[in-house]
Design a protein around this ligand. Structure first.
Ligand SMILES: *Cc1c(COP(=O)(O)O)cnc(C)c1O
Length: 393
């Protein structure tokens, strides 16, 4: 594969494998296993499988490998392992790395299921976890210990869109030898430079922008070849959680168009945020691409654009938020993001329902907060829909 290909060329061609039929579109190798020519060949492959040799789909599959190589090329990672969902990826990235007695420092503004893994699962196996305000570098510094093995953060948090200063956090973590694991969903693989900025391990829910059309669950973990093959792969291949070949094909096709889609979504998100900023029915418009955002400069230094999600804090709390959601005609009420369809979510009563009022308050998730994942619809239609729903409050 040409290493110096530009992003869009990699997204269309990197990792491609053609069968003897020379198909144009990547084949779906819908098989759990592989036939060996001889007993000797089987024995040899179990001893050491070559780059293009497969044993069992839980360990790897040609369609899945194409997806892993394509996203690794995009991200500039040495290697990648694809998983059945984003949560399988987060769990494997952390569980493969940690053991009882290890310490982890994590940003506190996390996707609910990530919080569950850190708070409930890892601690049950004797891992000590300290939570910090991810935007406060002094808190990161104070939390580090000689036994800190890993640092975990979402580069842009859900749903309040805090952006973490990744180079600074990575520097603080590396001083004690901790591995920096970044959940990069909101940044998207298009705007990510996480590895270049100091992350050691990058995790995606492929369910979001990589599929981008709401069809399949998937995830991927990226890192050095040493980490992926020696630490991560043994964990995933023996505990399950590998991506299915059909899902890998959906995700491969998603990668072909991701750059076009995400740029269009980010441009619409900025246009919407600008149109909404200052509207007197809103307490706040949260979008990292707006100069008023508290981490606007960090965001612009790390990402090319402000992302594809905006959050609005409506005056009038939950009642206003529900009226707004129910009045939308184009934007659908759901909880995915990164989709071609614009999606609105009320975090307090859905994705963050499990938290206490106090936890939500600390995270800035007020009852009037709504999250909008901006899709690919015409920007004029989207803007009109959102303003007519604001009128309906
Ligand atoms: C959706 C999401 C996940 C989980 O991904 P699934 O594919 O739903 O398992 C993890 N982290 C973040 C930030 C997410 O948005």
């Amino acid at each position: 594969m040409a290493k110096d290909w530009k992003k869009r060329t990699k997204l269309v061609h990197a990792g491609s494998r053609r069968s003897q039929y020379g198909e144009v579109s990547e084949a779906i190798f819908l098989t759990q296993g592989f036939v060996y020519d001889s007993a000797e060949q089987a024995a040899g492959r179990f001893e050491q499988a070559g780059d293009d040799e497969f044993i069992y789909a839980r360990y790897g599959n040609p369609t899945v490998r194409m997806f892993e190589e394509r996203i690794a090329a995009l991200e500039g990672a040495e290697d990648a392992f694809a998983t059945a969902s984003g949560m399988a990826a987060v769990n494997a990235a952390l569980s493969s790395l940690l053991k009882a007695g290890d310490h982890v420092v994590s940003a506190r503004a996390l996707f609910g299921s990530c919080l569950y893994i850190l708070e409930e699962v890892l601690t049950r196996f004797g891992v000590d976890v300290t939570f910090v305000d991810g935007t406060d570098l002094d808190q990161w510094r104070a939390a580090m210990r000689p036994d800190t093995k890993a640092v975990f953060l979402e580069s842009m948090s859900n749903p309040t869109l805090e952006v973490i200063d990744l180079p600074s956090v990575a520097k603080i973590a590396h001083e004690v030898g901790a591995t920096v694991v970044v959940d990069n969903v909101f940044t998207t693989p298009v705007f990510s430079r996480a590895l270049e900025l100091g992350a050691d391990v990058v995790v995606y829910s492929a369910t979001k922008h990589i599929d981008g059309q709401g069809r399949a669950l998937g995830g991927v973990v990226l890192g050095t070849r040493d980490y992926v093959r020696k630490t991560l792969e043994p964990y995933i291949k023996h505990t399950g959680g590998a991506m299915s070949p059909f899902t890998a094909w959906v995700m491969l096709k998603g990668l072909e168009t991701i750059d076009l889609r995400v740029h269009a979504q980010a441009d619409s998100a900025l246009a919407l945020a600008r149109a909404l900023e200052g509207d007197n029915r809103l307490e706040r418009v949260i979008f990292p691409g707006l100069p008023a955002h508290p981490q606007h400069e960090v965001a612009m230094a790390q990402l090319e654009k402000g992302g594809t999600v905006i959050s609005l804090d409506l005056k009038g709390g939950q009642e206003a938020a529900f009226r707004f959601l129910n009045a939308l005609r184009i934007v659908v009420i759901s909880n995915n993001l990164g989709d071609a369809k614009s999606i609105v979510t009320h975090p307090t009563t859905t994705t963050h329902q499990r938290l206490t009022d106090e936890q939500r308050e600390v995270l800035g998730i007020s009852p009037g907060l709504v999250r909008i994942s901006v899709g690919l619809e015409d920007i004029d239609d989207l803007t009109a829909d959102i303003f007519q729903a604001l009128d309906a409050i």
